[in-house]
Design a binder for this molecule. Structure first.
Ligand SMILES: [Zn+2]
Length: 155
């Protein structure tokens, strides 16, 4: 391989973008971020226990590849757990280069206000396509992260 080919290959690898997040992935990530099972997420949408299985099956179906909800359904489902129906629509209809940047662990987008584990406004982690909150959760689970002490206890 010539130097030119090597450089071209390196640039190509560096510019490679991860697979775009699909609408069904986004739904699954946001439900996971809310720490809800399918049964918990489906619960607001049935009153008669005879409908429970059907509602759970439908909700689970929206997380399967190639499943796309109508906009009104997305606006209904997001009462169970927070996600942005407009982002969902973008992921379903727009080319990947127009998709918003999303955390690949929880589906967070930078226009959604939430806190990291230290109480600061959530932001992007320095590495990887994920948010700071997810990085902290992973490091905490691995035992390699300690939250900063509150100021009154740090002295
Ligand atoms: Zn995240």
């Amino acid at each position: 391989m010539s130097l030119h080919q090597q450089i071209t290959a390196d640039v190509g690898a560096a510019a490679a973008t991860p697979d775009p997040i699909k609408p069904w992935d986004y739904l699954r990530l946001r439900r996971g971020a809310a720490r809800l099972t399918i049964a918990q997420a489906a619960r607001p949408f049935w009153k008669n226990p005879a409908h429970q299985d059907d509602v759970e099956t439908i909700l689970l179906g929206f997380e399967q590849p190639d499943a796309i909800m109508d906009q009104w359904v997305a606006e209904t489902i997001n009462r169970a757990f927070p996600f942005d129906p407009l982002i969902y629509r973008q992921l379903a209809e727009d080319p990947a280069h127009l998709h918003p940047r999303l955390c690949r662990t929880c589906g967070w987008d930078e226009w959604t206000e939430t806190n990291d584990l230290e109480g600061a406004s959530n932001s992007w982690a320095e590495e990887g396509e994920r948010c700071k909150r997810c990085e902290q959760l992973e490091r905490r689970a691995a035992g390699t992260w300690q939250a900063m002490l509150p100021l009154d206890r740090a002295a």
